[in-house]
Each structure stands twice: as C-alpha cells, then as structure tokens.
Design a protein. Sequence first.
Length: 362
Amino acid sequence: MNECLLTDFIFCEFMFPSFVLTDSINFRNSWYKISFFLQVWDKSESGEWHCTASWKTHSGSVWRVTWAHPEFGQVLASCSFDRTAAVWEEIVGESNDKLRGQSHWVKRTTLVDSRTSVTDVKFAPKHMGLMLATCSADGIVRIYEAPDVMNLSQWSLQHEISCKLSCSCISWNPSSSRAHAPMIAVGSDDSSPNAMAKVQIFEYNENTRKYAKAETLLTVTDPVHDIAFAPNLGRSFHILAIATKDVRIFTLKPVRKELTSSGGPTKFEIHIVAQFDNHNSQVWRVSWNITGTVLASSGDDGCVRLWKANYMDNWKCTGILKGNGSPVNGSSQQGNSNPSVGSNIPSLQNSLNGSSAGRKHS
C-alpha cells in the first residue's frame, strides 16, 4: 500500500483503519490520494475490496472527503486546493436507462465562497439535518444547509465563523443530547510567529442563532493537522483528540451553568489526559471508533497506532499496524500515557482559560 494513504483515514470497526474514509454501515469506502481524483470501493461478500468508481473531482489537489449519514442516501463531499468544496451523489440507472442497474456519481453542487484553499469538510451529525461545514486557509469556517434533502443542488450558507488563523481541520461534536448545544472544534496549522493557540471550540447559541467561541486550547501551540471529537455515549463530558507533533487527548467537562455568564457559551474544565510521541514524527490523522473508546492515529512513521483507556482512565497503546494491515510484533506493550501529563498541564490549561478545577475513498 502506498504510504501516503496513512496520512488520512477514518476508523472503521470491521477492518484495518488505514483507508481514508469509511461508511461502516454500508461496507463502502471512498479514498483519495493527493491528486484530482476520487475513488469509491465496495466490499464484496468474500471480504475483498473492489474499486467501483473513479473520477476527477477538482482542478486542484483533493485534501479531504467525507460521507454523509446513509439516511440521506449515498452522498460524499470533497474539498480542494482549487478553493471549492463539492457534493456528490450516487445515482443508480433507471429501468429505461442504458445504465440500468449501474451506479455513477453526479456532482450536485459546488461551494465557491472561499477565496483560498478549502482544507477540510465535514457533514454535521444526522440529528442536525443535512448540514456541511468547511474550513479554509483564509481562517473562515462556513456552515451550509440543504433545506430539501431530496434536492442536493440547493445549499444555503448559514454561518461564517472567523477564526483569525488559517484553518486546517474541523470536527463536529457528535453528541445528540439536548443538554449539549451544537459544537465544532477548529484546528490551525498556521506557522506564523504570532500564531499561538491552535485549537478553538465554537458553540451554537440558540438566542443569537450564531456560533460563539466557547474555549481556546492555549496549551496546543504546534501546528494541528487533524482533530476529532469522540462519539458521546452517555458521558457527561467530551473527549477531543488532536494530531500535531504528537497525539493528545483532552477531556472537556462543562462548568455548571450558574458559574457561566448568562446567555454566553458554555465554559469547560479542560484536562489533557494523554500525550504520546510514539510516532516519532508528525501525526496526520486521528479517528475514533463508533463507541468513542478506541482512538486510531497515523503518522509519518507509516504506522497506525491504536489507543485505549483502561478502567483507571490511563491511556495506553493497544496495537500498532503497518500500512498493509499486519500487526507489529509486541505492539500491545508499547506506548503509555505520561502520568505527569494529567497532573501538570490541566492546571495550566484551566488557569489560562479562566475556568474552575465498508466503503473507501482515495
């Protein structure tokens, strides 16, 4: 397998997570290389993967691609250096069509609001409806909505969030609890000397109907390549993974409402619970399994590493996989979280924030 594929993936439960993006419900994957093309692969009953579609998507390098939830159909979004994001839908030929029974992908819309490279694209959690967020090198996060899920050619720009820094990645908080307002984390790879904190978290305010900055992770000062909220299955707090020069895992615990300003965004107690430099290189992607209990990371070392917390909430490496999916011998014994990380950095972070204690794509 080409090592460049390990720079991007989304965790899937039924296979080795080395592919760019996986629709684990339908056993389909879509993946891209740093090129103008996108590929979609399907998994056969024998367990083998077959490329079922390949087409040119953009006039510049394709940076990211993401699946919409299957309840909206077979829908993909891609973003590119050509300053656009695009939405694609799979169409199956009708009975009177020459392509009867065959599928092909159709571009439904091109989003052209950015004046710079569009660096990431993510569909919102399904309970929010069919919404799509993009971020760009111009420091703007844009959130679009398809008012009619049966007409994917119509998308309206709902929000523009200014981040003041070049944006490299975004992640929606997947929590569907009414206790948690919609929230999106934004990472930056801005290397300018004046750029300090590289992660910002924005929360939707129902009163103003706008997104407002809730927190800034001031201890993350190195360029951020990827960011991922963990699925929240009944937890009272959020978990956020960050790919930078190493792997970092944070918890965000909401401060009681009476301790926050009236009508303002939620404030959080932020703790770094794990930090790993086992890749010995830049970390490019982080992705959670469907339950938010296992984190996968990939880096320039050409390996995918799996991280899991034990009953004491200490994070450890539980496996290392090569690019071809084969395990590294003795990998489960490598990679422990630094005990000092959980005790020293959180107090600094909290004081800085002012808070109290199967398919593939290529």
